[in-house]
Design a binder for this molecule. Structure first.
Ligand code: PLP
Length: 315
């Protein structure tokens, strides 16, 4: 499994990966959590995206690190606010977490921003965790570059990837991390003494997924792109909503400040009155307030029905 992943993940990113640098885990999450536990000492600062995947803040706190939220700004296609980043990064920064394409915003960090972030990582001698779970779900011919491809970054980067999104294998619990082999050996130890190992039959399925035909991944990404267009166009017809076109992942993240309601109040109202389940932006961090997160991993028919029902509640 590690040989297959080293070959495939390396070839997709244009970097050379040795199987000893690959850590297989039950889902991507253990490869977020255990490297954080391994690297963070009490009081170390960790910069993480906000709004962002809620696991980041939780795992920083478990490791007794200091969570430092970096705002993702809508005007920038939800990339980092680099000015804010420059003010927050310092000698106490031990780890920087990136997630591109992002959950919940669908934003992709452009290569120029990655170069800027990489120069600060080198200057302050920190680690970077690049959550690339959605790397293959990108639209309009765009690519989501990996910071690991930049000079001097490989030896400081933990790439986290998995099967949940690319192959829709969420329930199989299969993921992997790519990191320097000394760190990989320590993470393997943490995994051995906590979860044991990743189920072998699941790994066999993973090898089949990676080495088999890949057309279905492309077919699915084209389908997601159609759904994205339908959901974004639909959301922009709802009074008080404005929605950018996300460049990746399968979430729409409309700004709902025009409704005059807060995100939790509005999400509850939509659930109760329209029977449509979505998430308020708030649980993704304070900068998520004023937004909702909608998943479009659903049929176009259901998306259209859902939009119509939300509109009926809001007009
Ligand atoms: N990272 C991000 C950004 C995610 O959205 C998710 C799942 O929603 C994960 C990591 C974890 O995925 P898994 O543990 O299923 O591989």
């Amino acid at each position: 499994m590690r040989e297959v992943l080293a070959e495939d993940a390396g070839q997709r990113r244009g970097i050379k990966i040795h199987p000893d640098e690959v850590v297989v885990s039950p889902g991507g999450k253990p490869n977020l959590f255990f490297p954080t536990l391994a690297l963070i000492e009490s009081g170390d600062e960790v910069i993480y995206p906000n709004p962002g995947f809620p696991t980041y803040e939780a795992m920083i706190k478990v490791a007794d690190g200091v969570p430092v939220a970096i705002p993702l700004v809508e005007e920038n296609g939800f990339s980092f606010d680099l000015e804010a980043f420059d003010k927050l990064v310092n000698e106490r920064t031990k780890l920087i977490i990136l997630n591109s394409p992002s959950n919940p915003t669908g934003g992709v960090i452009p290569a120029a921003d990655l170069e800027h972030i990489a120069s600060q990582i080198e200057r302050y001698d920190c680690w970077v965790m690049s959550d690339e779970l959605y790397t293959r779900i990108v639209y309009d011919g765009l690519e989501a570059p990996s910071i690991a491809t930049l000079p001097e970054m490989r030896e400081r980067t933990i790439i986290v990837d998995g099967f949940s999104k690319t192959y829709a294998m969420t329930g199989w619990r299969l993921g992997f991390g790519i990191m320097p082999k000394e760190l990989a050996a320590r993470i393997d130890l943490l995994l051995t003494h906590s979860i044991g190992s990743t189920a072998h039959f699941t790994q066999i399925a993973g090898i089949e997924a990676v080495t088999g035909p890949q057309e279905m991944v492309n077919v699915m990404v084209s389908e997601y792109q159609l759904r994205r267009n339908v959901i974004v166009d639909g959301l922009n017809t709802i009074p008080g909503f404005t929605c950018q076109k996300p460049q990746g992942a399968f979430y729409a993240f409309p700004n709902i400040t025009g409704t005059g309601m807060d995100s939790t109040e509005l999400a509850n109202l939509i659930l109760e009155k329209a029977g449509v389940a979505l998430l308020p932006g708030n649980p993704f961090g304070g900068y998520g307030e004023g937004y909702l997160r909608l998943s479009y991993a659903n049929s176009i028919e259901n998306i259209e029905k859902g939009i119509e029902r939300i509109r009926t509640v809001l007009i």
